[in-house]
Design a protein around this ligand. Structure first.
Ligand SMILES: [Co+2]
Length: 327
C-alpha cells in the first residue's frame, strides 16, 4: 500500500506509549467489557536474507525506490498492460494469494508475528519469488502484520497473537518481474461481536469498491462506494492510505483513494491496480510511530483491511488475487 502524508498528519519522534506490550486503552469506551488489547510495537528480529538465485526488484539492495517518471519508457499514468504482462501479473498474484491462504492456516493464539513473517519469507523464496516489502524504502520485514489498533504497515515482531485479536496480513510478492499484492484481516481465537462485524464490513466495503470497476468508469467511483458503504455501517474509511497501480513496480499510478475524491481519469482494459480500504471503528486519523512505518489510529480504535489486485477487462474486472476455492 502506498502512503500519502497529509498536511495535518503529525509524524512523531517518540513512541507515544511507554507501557507494556498489551495494555487496556483508556478511552471513552467501557473498559470493563473490552475483550481486545491495545498493541504497541515489540522487538524486531534480524533482517532475513534471500537466496542468491532469486531475482531482485531494483530497491532490494539499497532500499531506494526508482522514480517511475524517469524510467525508459517513463510511467506517468495508469499503464495498459498487454497479454504477456497480464499473464505474468496473474502468476505473481496467484502466488501472493497462495502465501496469504497458507498463513491463514498457521494463525493461532500464541504465534508471534515474527513467526508469521519467517514462514511467509520461506514460502515466497521457495517459490523463486522475492517478498516485495523487504527493504522497500527500508521496510525491515517480508510481510506487514497489523493488529487491532494498528491501521497498516505493522512490522512483524515478538508479540504473540492474543485471544480476541484481529490481524491484517499484507502479502506482496515479486515473481518473474511483476508484483502481486493482497491482504486480509483474520480473527484470532474468540473475537467479540463488534470485531467480527468490523472485519466483515471491511471485506464488503472492498468488494463495493471493486464491483463498480469496468472500462469507462471513473476512478473516483471506488472511493465513493467504499466510503458510503463504510459510513452506512457506522465506520470510517481511512483516507491517508491509497491503493495503487501495480506491475513491474510495487506502487505506481493510478492512486486509488478510498474516500471521496476527484480523480476523473477513466478505467481501461489492461489496467491493474489494488483496492485496499482500511475501515476504522472510530476516527480516521492515524499517527506514524518512530519506526517510520507502524500506523496506529490516533483514538486507539481497531481497524480492519482487505486488499485485492484487480485487472480491468473488456467486460468489467477480474480479481487477480482471488482466493482459491476451499477444498
Ligand atoms: Co497494496
Amino acid at each position: 500500500m502506498m502512503f500519502r502524508i497529509p498536511s495535518s498528519l503529525t509524524l512523531i519522534k517518540e513512541c507515544l506509549f511507554s507501557c507494556g506490550n498489551s495494555l487496556q486503552i483508556s478511552s471513552k469506551r467501557c473498559l470493563s467489557t473490552q475483550t481486545w488489547s491495545y498493541v504497541k510495537p515489540g522487538k524486531v528480529s534480524e533482517r532475513l536474507t534471500v537466496p542468491s538465485y532469486i531475482p531482485l526488484p531494483p530497491y532490494a539492495l539499497t532500499g531506494e525506490v526508482p522514480d517511475l517518471r524517469f524510467l525508459n519508457p517513463p510511467i506517468r499514468q495508469a499503464e495498459v498492460k498487454n497479454e504477456g504482462q497480464i499473464g505474468l501479473m496473474r502468476r505473481s498474484c496467484r502466488l501472493a494469494r497462495f502465501v496469504l491462504d497458507s498463513i491463514e492456516e498457521i494463525i493461532r493464539v500464541g504465534i508471534t508475528t515474527d513467526e508469521l513473517d519467517k514462514f511467509a519469507h520461506e514460502l515466497i523464496t521457495d517459490n523463486a519469488a522475492y517478498p516485495s516489502p523487504l527493504n522497500y524504502r527500508g521496510f525491515p520485514k517480508s510481510i506487514c502484520t497489523s493488529v487491532n489498533n494498528v491501521a497498516c504497515h505493522g512490522i512483524p515482531d515478538d508479540r504473540p497473537l492474543a485471544d480476541g485479536d484481529i490481524i491484517n496480513v499484507d502479502v506482496t510478492v515479486y515473481l518473474s518481474g511483476f508484483h502481486g499484492d493482497c491482504s486480509k484481516t483474520f480473527l484470532v481465537g474468540n473475537v467479540d461481536e463488534a470485531g467480527k462485524k468490523l472485519v466483515k464490513v471491511a471485506e464488503e466495503a472492498m468488494m463495493a469498491g471493486i464491483e463498480v470497476c469496468k472500462p469507462g468508469e471513473h476512478f473516483y467511483r471506488i472511493g465513493k462506494e467504499v466510503s458510503d458503504y463504510a459510513s452506512d455501517h457506522g465506520y470510517t474509511s481511512i483516507g491517508v492510505f491509497a491503493g495503487h497501480g501495480i506491475g513491474t513496480y510495487f506502487h505506481g499510478p493510478p492512486d486509488i483513494f478510498h474516500i471521496y475524491n476527484r480523480n476523473t481519469a477513466k478505467m481501461e482494459p489492461g489496467m491493474t491496480f489494488t483496492v485496499e480500504p482500511i475501515l476504522s471503528e472510530g476516527q480516521a486519523n492515524v499517527i506514524i510511530l518512530n519506526d517510520e512505518w507502524t500506523a496506529i489510529t490516533e483514538d486507539g480504535s481497531r481497524t480492519a483491511q482487505f486488499e485485492n489486485t484487480i485487472l480491468i477487462t473488456e467486460e468489467g474486472y477480474e480479481i487477480l488475487t482471488k482466493p482459491y476455492p476451499k477444498r
